[in-house]
Design a protein around this ligand. Structure first.
Ligand code: NAD
Ligand code: AKB
Length: 317
């Protein structure tokens, strides 16, 4: 059996920064090639191979695949919801073209397996908001959501038509402290911890009662590895799996922070991200992920707050 070599595209971002480290600890440092347009953390740059390239450049992608004998790709490069709304052409081009390059590599036998993340942004204002199901109305109203929904269709198509082993999760908003978030609507739930520690106050761009599905990064990374390591016959959904963690609104997260920083004050100044959030579900039904490959989240809101504050305190002290 040949050893797998993994390429992570978008390794310098919020998820890539943690995913590369976890993949290297499982598969070995030299078997995980990190790549991005910009440099990554010192730990990633010095801990194993790194390739600086633009995923839109298909010939460079082919060069990197050949150079490192890549067998699997984790494709993380994308414009997220808020950023993509500000540059819809780039949002669509990057999110779609990168996926189509990678799917074609697998179609023509150059790589064996793909991970590509989708998002709760595939749902839209007409989707039922509570316990949103795997199969439901999906009419996204952002360029990001449209690109994720189209991407899901392409993944399923390439699997059914060409036998491509592509796997995907509809991540909720991911909360983490190692890298700043990349321009999403759920980013407030990370900024709030930084501001609470730096200034004991935070001005939130979503309303106090905007409930969204969220998850701690360590759960998100574990879900990704569990999905990718599951036997192929267990992966019965080849568009993208709903996965759930917890749901909360800005007022609720602020209350957990006040337990650690009693002086913390929250104020609200809504911006364009409110209308994106208004189109998304409040909670997710992930029973297919549980039944097919055993998914269950671990971190609740109090545990997330405790861990975020403990780690960020070290940074700000
Ligand atoms: P991020 O913005 O933090 O990171 C994306 C990385 O891609 C950046 O380091 C960026 O430099 C790189 N990149 C951008 N354009 C590139 C290009 N042309 N070539 C190579 N690299 C390029 O994003 P993230 O939060 O780490 O998200 C990763 C993936 O997960 C995305 O597809 C996103 O839609 C999805 N996702 C994230 C979340 C979340 O809460 N973070 C939730 C749902 C889905
Ligand atoms: C965003 O807010 O854009 C992302 C996501 C939920 O896809 N965090």
């Amino acid at each position: 059996m040949t050893k797998d070599t993994i390429l992570v595209v978008g390794a310098s971002g919020q998820i890539g920064t943690e995913l590369v480290i976890q993949l290297r600890s499982v598969y070995g440092n030299s078997s995980v090639v990190a790549s991005d347009l910009k440099s990554a953390t010192k730990e990633i740059m010095e801990g194993g191979p790194f390739e600086n390239f633009d995923i839109m450049d298909e010939s460079r992608l082919h060069e990197v695949i050949k150079k490192h004998n890549i067998t699997q790709i984790y494709l993380l490069a994308a414009l997220l919801s808020a950023t993509a709304e500000k540059n819809i052409e780039l949002g669509w081009a990057l999110n779609m073209r990168s996926l189509s390059h990678v799917l074609d590599l697998a179609r023509y036998g150059k790589i064996k397996k793909i991970y590509w993340p989708s998002s709760i942004a595939v749902f839209g204002p007409s989707t039922p908001k509570i316990n949103t199901g795997q199969y439901t109305v999906m009419e996204p109203n952002t360029v990001y959501g449209i690109s994720k929904q189209a991407g899901e269709r392409w993944c399923e198509y390439y699997h059914n038509k060409f036998g491509v082993d592509v796997r995907s999760l509809r991540y909720p908003g991911l909360i983490s402290w190692k890298e700043k978030p990349g321009g999403g609507t759920t980013d407030y739930a990370i900024h709030i911890y930084h501001e609470a520690l730096k200034r004991q106050k935070y001005e939130c761009f979503l309303s106090a009662t905007t409930t969204l599905p969220m998850m701690y990064m360590s759960d998100g990374i574990r879900a990704t590895l569990e999905l990718m390591e599951a036997p192929a016959e267990k992966i019965k959904i080849r568009s993208s799996y709903n996965i759930a963690g917890i749901s909360f609104n800005p007022e609720e997260i602020a209350n957990t922070i006040k337990k650690h920083i009693p002086k913390f004050e929250m104020s609200y100044k809504l911006d364009h991200r409110q209308s994106i959030a208004d189109g998304w579900p409040q909670s997710i039904d992930d029973h297919f992920a549980g039944a097919h490959w055993g998914w269950k989240y671990q971190f609740d809101l109090n545990e997330i707050t405790e861990d975020m504050i403990a780690n960020l305190r070290k940074e700000y002290n």
